[in-house]
Design a protein around this ligand. Structure first.
Ligand SMILES: Nc1ncnc2c1ncn2[C@@H]1O[C@H](COP(=O)(O)OP(=O)(O)OP(=O)(O)O)[C@@H](O)[C@H]1O
Ligand SMILES: [Mg+2]
Length: 319
């Protein structure tokens, strides 16, 4: 069984296309669509696979859309364990407007999961992750799922002795209190969680430390977009510069980053090298149009260029 298992409670079939101009009323003629499997944990699994590691993606599926999504993952070599549901797996629709270069992203809420189906997801996760080393839970929760659901995922991981990495936002981030190994909020998500604008590094460091001291996680990887990342543990704090890249699409940088970090950890790299692999994967993803996954050689080339960690305020750099 693979060392890495991902959980995606609200997967989506990502459909991307282009149009000359997006506007009201008139039919918008689009180019031939591209279909990609999507949703936080699934995006992570795809990049883990790109990096050459085995991975199992656990997620609920319903209707023909779910079947298409699962089939696309099969083709990419991502192993899947699917929990059948009555509702239809959602579709997300991205249109790149040629005339302006703007991107329009339409995201649907996803099907409601019953309590029984939520339980089935946890049971499946527990079964699949029994011999794993990492569970990566990422993405929004579908309608009907309580906002503290990820606490149950964290408890499952804890019970198995598996490290849990979590990337979520809003209420589900707010309500995740059980304690995970690693949290990856973006600055936007940490601002929302802390209710503070976190204008300078000292404020960001303090907010991240509060998460660690409050027992929510052992490591915070605060991603700062073009500003790179701040990595905080109980005894260390380090900043990582981003790699300058020509951006084709902002989609999926955070998921690719989490994939790189998880692969680095699974290869027993020190935390700061795993984060550098994450920064490289995030940057490689930005160079790809739409939801197309980045390439391994690109990530590896960027990894060698990724700057070393710099200590914040003389704090230790975690290895
Ligand atoms: N404009 C950029 N230039 C260079 N690197 C970037 C840029 N944007 C993102 N990255 C890289 O990707 C990582 C993750 O990006 P970001 O902080 O935007 O997280 P995110 O999860 O994609 O954001 P959110 O969930 O809020 O949409 C960053 O830490 C950085 O390394
Ligand atoms: Mg994100």
């Amino acid at each position: 069984m693979p060392a890495i298992v991902t959980l995606t409670m609200n997967p989506a079939l990502d459909i991307s296309t282009t149009a000359e101009c997006v506007g009201p009323t008139d039919k918008i003629r689009c180019s031939e669509p591209r279909y990609d499997p999507g949703g936080g944990g699934i995006n992570v699994a795809r990049i883990v696979r790109v990096l050459g590691e085995s991975v199992v993606a656990v997620f609920p599926v319903g209707s023909a859309t779910g079947g298409v999504l699962g089939g696309l993952l099969d083709k990419e070599g991502v192993w899947t364990r699917r929990i059948p549901i009555d509702g239809a797996t959602r579709e997300s629709f991205t249109v790149d407007e040629d005339s302006s270069g703007e991107q329009y992203r339409f995201v649907l809420p996803g099907p409601r999961l019953t309590r029984a189906q939520q339980e089935q997801c946890l049971v499946m996760l527990e079964e699949v992750a029994r011999d794993a080393r990492f569970i990566v839970a990422s993405g929004s929760l579908p309608p009907g799922t309580p906002p503290d659901f990820y606490d149950r995922v964290a408890a499952t991981a804890h019970g198995l002795g598996v490290r849990c990495l979590l990337d979520t936002s809003g209420e589900s981030l707010q309500r995740s209190r059980f304690g995970v190994y690693l949290l990856k909020p973006s600055i936007r998500e940490l601002r929302e969680l802390s209710g503070d604008d976190l204008a300078d590094e000292a404020d960001r460091l303090a907010a991240a430390r509060r998460l660690v001291d409050g027992g929510r996680c052992e490591v915070v990887v605060l991603s700062l977009g073009a500003g790179g990342a701040l990595v905080v543990t109980a005894h260390s704090a380090a900043r990582f510069a981003a790699l300058p890249v020509a951006i084709r699409s902002g989609v999926g940088a955070g998921d690719a980053m989490l994939a790189g970090i998880t692969v680095g950890l699974a290869r027993n790299q020190p935390l700061h090298d795993a984060v550098r692999l994450g920064i490289a994967a995030g940057a490689a993803m930005l160079r790809m149009p739409g939801t197309r996954p980045c390439r391994r050689e690109e990530i590896e080339m960027l990894f060698h260029r990724a700057p070393a960690a710099v200590s914040v305020d003389g704090a230790r750099i975690e290895s």
